[in-house]
Design a binder for this molecule. Sequence first.
Ligand code: SAM
Length: 218
Amino acid sequence: MQFIDKKIEDYSISKSNRPSHECDLIEVYTKENVFGAQMLIGKMEASLLGFLLRSIKAKRVLELGTFTGYSALAMAENLPSSGEVITIDINQKTVDIAKSFWTKSQHGHKIKSLIGSGLEVIKDLVGPFDFVFIDADKRNYIDYLKLTIPLLSAQGMIVIDNVLWDAKVLPDYQLDKSEHRDRNTEFIRLVNDYVSEAPDLYGTLLPIRDGMFLIQKI
Ligand SMILES: C[S@@+](CC[C@H](N)C(=O)[O-])C[C@H]1O[C@@H](n2cnc3c(N)ncnc32)[C@H](O)[C@@H]1O
């Protein structure tokens, strides 16, 4: 669901710094060839991620959910040349597509892909990370958050994607538990409640695209 009027969003994108032509190529290829292309974060969200990375002068980024590599490249473009994006995905096939585009970008060398289940791979990672972008399986969102908070640098930030989940997180929405997407609704409500109630976290939930939770340690 798009919460912001499309004309307003298009105008905002047109006046914003945007991901590169190489990211556009990933977007076009994914929409034409890959199932689940609606999962791409798109230009508006990518522009905001770039702004956040620049504002905290991020050098090391951890991403959960590579898919075809759009968000990883968009983030890499906003890091210094010594910067690093470690991105995790369970699907080798879509990561192969991602790599075929990263190699054509001058920022591709900053991206390191790790294949495997997010929960397993995170356990072997050593922080600190300046920025964590959580955009993988919703079932594990709460654990991804809990596992990555201790890996954050002092000025670090976590962004969780899809936290409005087509507005199904709203209290008056009646869950249909036989629906896969509604089981995910419960997982997302859980993480949203956790952040809003955590005394050691500062969170801002933005209604951009499908909802982005911006989180820092207090
Ligand atoms: C929403 S997509 C990521 C989109 C990407 N961030 C972008 O905007 O370009 C979610 C990804 O999470 C991956 N995924 C699903 N379950 C996973 C798991 N248990 N561990 C790691 N990745 C997983 C999927 O294979 C999929 O590529």
